[in-house]
Design a protein around this ligand. Structure first.
Ligand SMILES: [Zn+2]
Ligand SMILES: [Zn+2]
Length: 328
């Protein structure tokens, strides 16, 4: 099969690699679409040559491995969690396979991801989709991230919410926060295009950091940027006893002034991935047609377009999600 494979010089070459075959309990998917994630952009230079990225995908089943239950059939469109885990430990049994000590994440430098024509997935983490969802099935993974982040905020109906960062994570968080009863969701982002687009995801107001810090007193603040200084900005904006949830992937040291959080008794939490039921809920949401899922996606490229797509996303905030469609 063809895949966009990372080179020594941190570019992607489209090359032929051996076709994967589904193992025990696995499905083989012909990748329909795979989103480029902010995590890919922040981490791809750290992955080894030969890596195949891509963890936000959907595809049609083309082969079924041994010991897979009978509800799957060839041609079925599915989204799958981009991981496999032991299935036996307290994390797996407790519905948090991303914390399994033996978790294997796909598309993050180890097991191949979905910037490729085919990918092997676990049947137990797969969710069947209506064929009409099409490429938008690749949004289920980032929407599951958004739902998990919001769940960690223990949102209550009527809560006032600030979302720092109006990129894809911020848009997913905004979508769920409104659906789960927030009265007010303010999105703070320096990018004009992101502020202009925030209303499509349910934002009730926007804030430009160039105008000074956002207003304070929010019940919950979601940090969806992942850059130094953002955690402090979140602490400053939250109310006494408020919750700050950090979903931003910051790979640099950061500093906070703890007294500012102590005096308000701020609850500081971190969020990563999702639980299987959150992944399934995201699939229901995308399938329901109740959100403007197209608003998350600004373009699609073939495997040959991965380099250019990375350049676009790294150099500007005009694009939202770019889909890699390997058969295009
Ligand atoms: Zn991601
Ligand atoms: Zn486990």
């Amino acid at each position: 099969m063809r895949a966009a494979v990372l080179t020594e010089s941190h570019t992607f070459d489209v090359v032929d690699v051996p076709d994967p075959t589904p193992g025990d309990g696995e499905l083989l998917l012909r990748v329909r679409a795979c989103g480029i994630c902010g995590t890919d952009l922040k981490s791809y230079t750290r992955f080894g040559a030969g890596s195949i990225l891509g963890h936000e995908f959907c595809g049609e089943i083309t082969a079924i491995g041994p010991h897979v239950d009978g509800r799957w059939h060839e041609g079925q469109l599915v989204a799958a969690m981009p991981l496999s885990s032991c299935g036996l430990c307290r994390w797996c049994l407790g519905g948090e396979p991303s914390h399994c000590e033996r978790v294997d994440m796909f598309g993050l430098g180890g097991t191949p991801g979905a910037f490729a024509e085919y990918i092997r997935v676990s049947a137990v983490t797969s969710v069947p989709l209506e064929p009409s969802i099409g490429d938008l099935g690749a949004l289920i993974e980032p929407l599951a991230v958004g739902l998990h982040t919001v769940m960690e905020g223990e949102l209550r109906p009527g809560d006032r919410v600030l979302v720092i960062g109006g990129g894809n994570v911020g848009a997913a968080v905004t979508t769920w926060a409104r659906r789960l009863g927030s009265a007010e969701v303010v999105v703070s982002d320096p990018s004009v295009s992101r502020r202009d687009g925030a209303g499509r995801f349910g934002a009730t107001d926007v804030h430009d950091p160039a105008d000074g810090p956002p207003p304070s007193g929010f019940d919950v603040v979601f940090e969806c940027v992942g850059a130094p200084g953002m955690v402090q900005a979140a602490i400053d904006a939250v109310s006494a006893r408020g919750r700050v949830v950090i979903a931003g992937v910051c790979v640099e040291p950061d500093r906070i002034i703890p007294i500012t959080a102590v005096m308000k008794e701020v609850q500081l939490r971190f969020a990563v991935c999702y639980r299987p039921e959150e992944f399934r809920a995201a699939a229901v949401l995308v399938g329901s047609g109740e959100i403007d899922a197209r608003a998350f996606v600004t373009r699609a490229v073939g495997l040959n377009g991965v380099n250019e797509a990375f350049e676009r996303l790294l150099s500007s905030t005009v694009d939202r999600k770019i889909f890699v469609t390997p058969r295009a």
